[in-house]
Design a protein around this ligand. Structure first.
Ligand SMILES: [Zn+2]
Length: 203
């Protein structure tokens, strides 16, 4: 079983949802929490290809040299994560979002936008964060969350996994648009086994 951002499943289908999924379970029980240090956040960003090796090394050095700043960035990342979780959970539930959550995500994204530089890459040009400050990782995930919110009319819906002890969020790419599990191999197969066992017990 996974116990960190280094080995957790990335099944959200979007960086903002994978951030929300760093709480291993939100249904039945809460936790464990995979974001326990700034480095956990950095490892997640690296696995999602949001920061390159050089930027990651720079941020890691900064975090090691300034523990209070790293702790503050982690605390802000956790607050952002919960706002992102609630925003997309409300999308699945078809309920209105909390204005405070939207404002919080907006605020971090706006700060990130102010730091972005226009950089050339293989595909042309892109707005990129310079990653010269630990809080830019928080800003990065907020920008991603805003992107996902703004794509609502062009993308599939976000769903909450109905698996026992899961509750992860994911983009539903299924044909029917009614996928129930974040992963067919884990939550899906556990649910099938449970159904089978209760059937056997019943006969
Ligand atoms: Zn699940």
């Amino acid at each position: 079983m996974a116990n960190s951002t280094a080995d957790m499943r990335l099944s959200g289908g979007h960086p903002a949802l994978d951030l929300a999924n760093t709480v291993d379970s939100r249904r039945g029980r809460w936790g464990p929490d995979f974001l326990r240090s700034f480095d956990d956040l950095l490892v997640l960003a690296e696995r999602l290809d949001l920061v390159d090796q050089q930027a990651a090394a720079r941020l890691r050095r900064q975090a090691e040299n300034d523990a209070p700043k790293a702790a503050a960035a982690l605390a802000d990342a956790l607050t952002l994560r919960e706002a992102i979780y609630r925003l997309f959970l409300s999308e699945d539930a078809g309920e209105p979002h909390l204005i405070a959550d939207l404002r919080l995500v907006e605020d971090w994204a706006r700060r990130g936008r102010a730091h972005q530089i226009l950089a050339a890459n293989d595909a042309g040009y892109a707005w990129t964060l310079p990653f010269d400050d630990l809080h830019q990782l928080v800003q990065l995930f907020a920008i991603k969350a805003v992107d996902l919110l703004m794509e609502r009319d062009r993308r599939r819906a976000v769903r909450e996994c109905t698996g026992n002890n899961c509750g992860w969020l994911f983009i539903d790419h299924s044909k029917s648009g009614r996928r129930m599990w974040c992963s067919d191999a884990s939550c899906g197969s556990r649910a099938r086994i449970r159904r089978f066992r209760s059937r056997v017990k019943g006969t």
